[in-house]
Design a protein. Sequence first.
Length: 202
Amino acid sequence: MSKKKKILTLIAVVGLIATVGYTLGYSLIKKSNSVINLNYFDGRVSSFKITSETKFEDLPVIEREGYQFLGWSISDSNVDLVDLSSKVGTTGEIFAVYIKGTYVLEIDPSGGTYDEHLGVTKLNLEYEEELTVSEPSKTGYNFKGWIISGSGSKVVDGIFTMGYENAKLIAEYEAKTFNITFDYAGGNVEGKETETFKVKYG
């Protein structure tokens, strides 16, 4: 059962129904004066007028980053969705039901190999799902890090966290530096019998 905290006429619902993976994102309180209070995720609160003819399909849906809206429930302890064509009524509570979105992660080793594979690796991950990403390898180069695209996604200490849209990791490298020594075989150049130079790969 999710916890409730009364704030004036608004009930904010927090928590995850773990058995099915749904989230009750916010609640609407139906009042006898035919006004529904809406609690937005960014802290805003607004009102929506209803009548005796208002149906669930007429209610405004509050978009939530990383989640997909599934429908409405009249209980905060299950996800039995109501028929959208049914009428809202003027008493009681209703709850918006969400499920985490699934997005595509592309891992591009930029000409190297990732997890012993050439080319781009594609994975499906849920919002906020974590993945350990190993370092890619490329002959003659040192791995510097990942260039990340996709809102909300990040890599911290080798752990990728999926954001709320498709994401891409592109490997970034720097060329290795090698020492090359010339031995003049008993001769010399400007008094030097051997000479060492630093050369970058490529």
